[in-house]
Design a protein. Structure first.
Length: 573
């Protein structure tokens, strides 16, 4: 840079009130004697913080400033960025690849004025470089986190292709504890490559907020996928010949029978990253090319058991609180697997539990352990079914009972009789919407005269992805959209993608719900065995928003996109 540009930077720092004219004069004097850049001299003399100096430099150059504290210096996953810019080059030049779109690569650079460096990056990556500015210290820490952790998995995957297919790999555990420390397991990585690989697969999934890990065998390869915010993403996959050792390692951790490859199995184990516990449920099924494993990750630190934070609007919360604080009756949550029913049930229990209430649950499986609540795990192999447990509950003097799922007539009858005899009963059903739950209960054999007086409410819910607040893009809906979708907002938002959201445009999920509250009109319709269409019409006339309408409301509020709302609500209007 020329001396004039140094002075312009100094004047800008004065204008921002970060340094005084006398400090600038002193820094320029030191710079003339010792050389170096003015910004570096100011930081060295402790006249300004490095972050402040770089932020102002970004303004001067009209380049975005990214900092580690905001989470923006987080490279996108599954784009092979660590191969585009090797770790040695990144460290030597204080650069970090963040995301790639077609032929454009966004790179954090400590000195974006270094045109030779940018030209070298262009030649190295065969991409046009879109620079953002960050401090050297932030880039250094981000490089360590990215290449030292996420790249560990990629390197382990790469190494897996060099492991002999006939190599005898030890998969023995030296501990019978149910709780294992991933940190300790990674420290033992050199003892067994497969142990290292499996541990890194799990660690990376937790770091990326994945809810599930899929390990699937095919004819010539293994497929490794993470489900993040409800969507599956392909990850670099290990060598095909390591399929059996990987499956065996996971089955040993979950205490499954590694010799049994013909039947489905279920198990579980717990890991810790630091002091952060994560429960992992394991399911294996036999396929034509070998066993497929799915691991569901239940990160306790990420679970929100607060009704106020799940996504219900104030009117919905008012309806919910009215029914869950009733002295007796039946409340159902409905929706497909993965729609957040269990989390909502636990949030309800967390809100209504008090020392004067005796709360008992029967679940399969118990996903989260709740303080002050008696939880029972179903064990069909020894005869402990939902219905058997429920009959025993009635002799335990309960006030509130939670039944993990109503699957048959016997369980449904016990739930309804319990609700009619002074207990508040919470449970789930697998139906697409709230009115259909009423029809489903009658279809499995529940008499209308029992269902009508016991039912308090049915809550159908889905999860939609939340738009990333740092990159969501506003646009005007078309006239056709305004008319066909009945949008009321003049501006809505769509996903764009940035480093902070791994270039997906979304971060996290929130629930949308339709809440059918059973009033006298609904009860009369149940007694008349009315169709679910008539029940829906009556509920909507009484103020119920459908799932579709609830999704559109989240779009109008700028929380999700039209595309994501449609993906989970079309067909349930």
């Amino acid at each position: 840079m020329s001396r004039e540009k140094y002075l312009r930077l100094g004047e800008l720092l004065i204008k921002e009130g970060l340094i005084s004219a006398s400090q600038l004069e002193k820094a320029v004097s030191v710079q003339r004697q010792e050389g170096g850049r003015l910004g570096e001299v100011l930081v060295k003399l402790d006249m300004i913080k490095e972050g402040q100096m770089v932020a102002v430099l970004g303004k001067q150059l009209n380049i975005p400033y990214f900092s580690l504290g905001t989470g923006m210096l987080k490279p996108a996953i599954d784009q092979g960025l660590e191969y585009l810019i090797p770790q040695d080059f990144a460290l030597k030049n204080s650069v970090l690849p963040l995301s790639r779109t077609l032929r454009s690569l966004t790179v954090a650079i400590a000195d974006p004025g270094d045109l030779i460096l940018i030209d070298n990056l262009r030649k190295l990556t065969s991409c046009e470089i879109n620079p953002v500015i960050a401090t050297k210290s932030d880039i250094s820490k981000a490089i360590e986190g990215f290449y030292g952790k996420s790249a560990m998995l990629n390197q382990a995957v790469k190494d897996s292709y060099d492991i002999s297919g006939s190599e005898d790999i030890s998969l023995e555990l030296d501990s019978d504890d149910e709780e294992l420390s991933l940190d300790k397991l990674v420290a033992r990585a050199e003892e067994a490559p497969v142990i290292k690989l499996v541990d890194l697969i799990i660690r990376q999934a937790i770091n990326e907020r994945a809810s599930d890990i899929h390990i699937e065998p095919f004819k010539n390869k293994i497929s490794l996928r993470y489900r993040i915010d409800g969507k599956l993403y392909e990850i670099s996959s290990p060598a095909k010949h390591l399929h059996m050792p990987i499956i065996s390692r996971v089955k040993i951790l979950a205490k499954l029978d590694i010799a049994e490859k013909r039947l489905p199995q279920d198990g579980a184990f717990m890991v810790k990253i630091g002091e952060r516990p994560v429960d992992i449920r394991v399911s294996s099924i036999p396929t034509i090319y070998g066993e497929k494993i799915v691991m569901r990750l239940l990160d306790r630190s990420e679970v929100i058991l607060d009704l106020n934070r799940l996504g219900f609007d104030p009117k919905e919360l008012e309806s919910m609180r009215k029914v869950i604080n009733a002295p007796y009756g039946l409340v159902f949550l409905t929706g497909p697997t993965g729609s957040g029913k269990t989390t909502t049930l636990y949030a309800i229990l967390s809100e209504i539990k008090i020392p004067t209430k005796n709360i008992i649950t029967v679940e399969d499986p118990i996903e989260y352990k709740l303080e002050g609540i008696n939880q029972v795990q179903v064990k069909p192999e020894i005869g402990l079914t939902f219905s058997v447990a429920l009959r025993s509950f009635l002799r335990q003097d309960p006030d509130i009972m939670l039944v993990g799922e109503v699957r048959d007539l016997e369980t449904a009858e016990v739930c309804i009789r319990s609700a009619l005899t002074g207990h508040l009963v919470l449970s789930t059903l697998h139906t697409n919407d709230a009115p259909t739950a009423v029809s489903r209960l009658m279809d499995i054999g529940i008499e209308p005269y029992m269902l009508a007086p016991s039912l308090l409410a049915v809550v159908a819910q889905r999860l939609v992805r939340k738009l990333c607040p740092d990159c969501k893009e506003a646009y005007e809906p078309t006239k056709d959209q305004l008319k066909s979708i009945n949008l009321k907002a003049e501006l809505i938002y769509r996903a764009k993608g940035c480093a902070k959201c791994n270039n997906t445009g979304y971060r996290g999920r929130i629930c949308i719900a339709e809440i059918l509250v059973a009033n006298e009109e609904i009860r009369d319709l149940i007694n008349q065995k009315a169709s679910f269409q008539k029940i829906r019409e009556a509920a909507k006339a009484n103020g119920m928003l459908s799932l579709y309408e609830a999704g559109i409301k989240k779009v109008e509020d700028g929380i999700t996109s039209l595309e994501d709302a449609f993906s989970v609500t079309l067909g349930v209007e």
